[in-house]
Design a protein around this ligand. Structure first.
Ligand SMILES: Nc1nc2c(c(=O)[nH]1)N[C@H]1C(S)=C(S)[C@@H](COP(=O)(O)OP(=O)(O)OC[C@H]3O[C@@H](n4cnc5c(=O)[nH]c(N)nc54)[C@H](O)[C@@H]3O)O[C@H]1N2
Ligand SMILES: Nc1nc2c(c(=O)[nH]1)N[C@H]1C(S)=C(S)[C@@H](COP(=O)(O)OP(=O)(O)OC[C@H]3O[C@@H](n4cnc5c(=O)[nH]c(N)nc54)[C@H](O)[C@@H]3O)O[C@H]1N2
Ligand SMILES: [Mo]
Length: 615
């Protein structure tokens, strides 16, 4: 299933919006304030924290499901069980559009589908386990049985005329950066069960909150990967581990800050420092001499770090070579939003100093490595070449330009509201795609959808056991606040934003704060010597500081911190581990002990008032 399926206009048609692990107001403010708040469908928010969205839902006839961290799959599976028991599933959709025979699943080329694909009968069977009985699930997930029943009704019970409710399922990093594979599968299964796919007002999509490049030009060269997964199948290589074991010789980072942002980043910083400090050192600014020293370092087992960024950051500081890059506004570019709407973002100023557009830097390197092509003259030529290969086909924009004697950028200039990709030509007109999957044709061999194994028993239960806090440890959830963008790369340079958030902060429940003798505004050290790694019984260590922000938005035993605050990196303690079916880390499921360090200088500077107050 594609990531971005719905149209924002679907919110106005939906009866229910079900947000799972997503902060709408904080992180997709336009979607939340201009669509959800304008149309007030019944809002259900599944989040361990009482976020702004959760408070809004409660105030406007919706529900806050205060799920225990990491247990989302159990909750979602239980909703499916209630729906099946009541017979509220969308049977005609299931009959027409979902695979019903295991042999059709076995025809799939993708090993994940073959191994984890399920028919409705398999799914029903899986849900018979005692864990998914409402009372048991309520206890396990912390969400009352009455709420589970209510949600199942809201999202699935047909009215007296047999009309089904329209539900939009929207998810983000609270689900994705947890027990990834089963979490996302459990939600997708639920959407399938109620037929919420490719229909006006009913669908399932990431909730987004950022622009994306319109194209992801190359597939990962999986045949060249050396890492393997559960059944010996190839997985994309875990770069951090290959850096640690000495295999990576040149590490070229573009638009990322891995020194702070990889999982278990304190460990990663140690590894990077070790690999980069290999003798000989570069002692001369002479290009030939510097190059010779770097080559000698590689030969001696060291590594060379190249960082390409629009600002200095921790990674550029550690780098041997920095390529200064131009930012948006300093070059042209086409990007899509969370409903695949592609727009042209035009250059309005020159890049400073020697900064160059990323595509230009990459093209220069490729040419010097002897690759042919890479001879674009400007961004528009890059767009034209990539258009047919984009994640969502943009070639109609180029065809339309050709047929009307214009350039592709001129066409996009004439479309201030952009065009929803994939685009096509209809009677000579350029037409976008409002929502995907409307024809209910899926990307499997037989063109039907399948359920995906989302059982808690087995892998998720084992993972959870490894991650769960013990003794005086807390869950250290983490995420975004509205005022701050990512690693604050621009925001740390804007005084009024730095005044609002002069430090990382940590939400602590009043009862926990009292027990630990911590006041709002105190500096807190968040420390772990049990950062989960690949080796059973072996842990990394990590710590960071944050200003205490006492709030009942978090339940006892759970704290929440900003995910990417520079030099107070929470990833110092996030697990160095990847899900073996889909290799991404459970960033959200970190754990640590808290130690109060007394009053901080920031107490008088920053607001420590409640944030989840809603109209
Ligand atoms: N203002 C602002 N907006 C942004 C960004 C930003 O930095 N600032 N970043 C952009 C980017 S790149 C992305 S990917 C998106 C991310 O968008 P979101 O995923 O919405 O953002 P997060 O705050 O990381 O996580 C969302 C919620 O997950 C919850 N959560 C944590 N653990 C769990 C769990 O186990 N279960 C459940 N159900 N929920 C859990 C957290 O409490 C949090 O409220 O935002 C984008 N928009
Ligand atoms: N604990 C925890 N960790 C997480 C997450 C989480 O929720 N919790 N979320 C994950 C997610 S969803 C994300 S997106 C990542 C973000 O992690 P990163 O991608 O590492 O952080 P960013 O701040 O988005 O951007 C990195 C750099 O890109 C630079 N940059 C901006 N524009 C340009 C450009 O046009 N060209 C170039 N060359 N550089 C540019 C910025 O200056 C910045 O230094 O973090 C991930 N890590
Ligand atoms: Mo992201």
């Amino acid at each position: 299933m594609s990531t971005w399926n719905i149209a924002y206009a679907d919110v106005a048609k939906a009866d229910v919006v079900f947000e799972v692990g997503a902060g709408g107001y904080e992180n997709k403010t336009v979607l939340f304030t201009q669509h959800i708040m304008q149309h007030t469908p019944t809002l259900i928010v599944q989040d361990p924290r009482k976020t702004i969205d959760a408070a809004y839902a409660e105030k406007h006839g919706g529900l806050h499901l205060r799920v225990k961290p990491g247990t989302d799959a159990v909750l979602l599976n239980t909703l499916a069980r209630i729906i099946l028991e009541q017979g509220w599933q969308d049977q005609s959709f299931l009959d027409q559009s979902v695979i019903s025979s295991s042999s059709d699943i076995q025809r799939e080329k993708n090993w994940r589908r073959r191994h984890f694909g399920m028919t409705l009968a398999d799914y029903r069977n899986m849900l018979q386990k005692p864990l998914y009985e409402v009372a048991n699930a309520a206890q396990f997930t912390g969400v009352p049985a009455s709420q589970l029943q209510q949600v199942a009704q809201l999202i699935a019970r047909p009215n007296t005329h047999g009309v089904r409710p329209k539900t939009l399922f929207l998810f983000e990093k609270g689900l994705i950066w947890g027990i990834n594979y089963e979490n996302v599968a459990a939600l997708a299964n639920l959407a399938l069960l109620v037929g919420s796919i490719g229909r006006e007002g009913a669908g399932i999509s990431r909730m987004g909150g950022h622009q994306e490049g319109f194209a992801s030009p190359v597939d990962y060269p999986i045949e060249r990967a050396t890492d393997t997964g559960l059944f010996g199948e190839k997985l994309p290589n875990n770069i951090d581990e290959h850096i640690a074991n000495g295999e990576v010789k040149v590490y070229h980072v573009i638009g990322a800050n891995p020194a702070g942002m990889t999982n278990s980043s304190q460990h990663s910083r140690d590894v990077l420092n070790k690999r980069l400090s290999q003798e000989p050192k570069v002692t001369s600014a002479d290009t030939e001499a510097a190059l010779a020293a770097l080559m000698a370092r590689i030969k001696a087992g060291g590594m060379v770090l190249i960082a390409q960024d629009i600002y200095p950051n921790l990674t550029t500081k550690m780098a041997d070579l920095v390529f200064p890059a131009a930012a948006w506004g300093e070059m042209n570019g086409v990007r899509i939003n969370g409903e695949r709407r592609a727009r042209l973002y035009e250059q309005f100023m020159d890049a400073p100093g020697q900064a160059k557009a990323d595509w230009w830097i990459i093209a220069q390197i490729a040419q010097r490595m002897g690759f042919t092509g890479f001879d674009w003259k400007n961004e528009e030529e890059v767009f034209t070449e990539l258009a047919p290969h984009a994640q969502y086909d943009a070639s109609a924009v180029v065809q339309y330009a050709q047929s009307s004697g214009k350039s592709p950028y001129t066409v996009l200039q004439g479309l201030p509201n952009g065009v929803q990709l994939p685009a096509r030509l209809e009677h000579g007109k350029l037409v976008g795609t409002t929502r995907l999957l409307e024809d209910h044709t899926f990307s499997t061999e037989v063109g039907k959808a399948m359920f995906i194994h989302s059982d808690w028993e087995g892998l998720p239960a084992q993972i959870y056991q490894q991650l769960v806090p013990k003794g005086d440890e807390f869950w250290v959830l983490n995420g975004r606040v509205n005022e701050l963008w990512q690693t604050l790369y621009t925001h740390q340079r804007i005084p009024y934003i730095k005044q609002r958030w002069p430090s990382n902060a940590v939400e602590i429940h009043p009862a926990d704060a009292k027990r630990l003798n911590i006041q709002s505004g105190d500096m807190v050290s968040i420390t772990s010597d049990r950062v989960y790694t690949f080796q059973e019984g072996t842990f990394d260590q990590g710590s960071f500081t944050a200003v205490a922000y006492i709030s009942d938005s978090v339940p006892p035993g759970v704290v929440f911190t900003i995910f990417a605050y520079p030099d107070q990196w929470m990833n110092s303690i996030s697990p160095r581990w990847m899900h073996p079916a889909n290799p991404v880390p459970p960033y959200k499921l970190a754990r640590a002990r808290l130690v109060g360090k007394g009053p901080s200088p920031f107490a008088s500077q920053m607001s420590l008032q409640p944030r989840n107050l809603v109209p």
